[in-house]
Design a protein around this ligand. Structure first.
Ligand SMILES: [Zn+2]
Length: 140
């Protein structure tokens, strides 16, 4: 246990006038807790408030880490769409055969462009959010 707080003891406390954590002298004690302190710097008196530890912990936000695609995915996607602009979009179906550069319209992922065929029956398609491997009709 720390030594009991008594009047005249010094402790660190936030001084709103100085806007800093500064040494304060305890000038009133109740139930072994400081209730009133005086800033050693500006001599301002104020009620003592216990440090809010929980508040500091609660402020720590978890940063969501999104896997970074190499290069800028949106730019690449837009580039692919421009390259394939002359092609007639095909409705996506696992029973359909596709070729690289084909424009695919997927009911869930939206518009995509076939990047490459993965044999025997898959293909990598770039969509607005990411590249997905979809099932396609196997090559004959
Ligand atoms: Zn002060």
């Amino acid at each position: 246990m720390a030594s009991p707080i008594t009047a005249g003891k010094e402790l660190k406390h936030y001084c709103p006038r100085c806007a800093l954590d500064l040494w304060h002298t305890v000038i009133a004690v109740m139930n072994q807790q400081p209730v009133r302190v005086r800033c050693n710097t500006c001599k301002g008196e104020r009620n003592y408030r216990a440090p809010k530890v929980q508040e500091i912990v609660g402020q720590r936000k978890r940063v969501e880490s999104r896997p970074k695609a190499s290069g800028s995915h949106p730019d690449f996607y837009q580039q692919k769409l421009r390259d394939a602009a002359m092609r007639t979009p095909k409705k996506y179906s696992a029973l359909e055969s596709f070729e690289p550069e084909d424009v695919v319209v997927h009911p869930t992922f939206g518009k995509g462009v076939v990047l490459k065929l993965v044999f025997p029956d898959r293909m990598d398609v770039i969509f607005q959010d990411s590249v997905r491997t979809l099932v396609r009709k196997a090559a004959e």
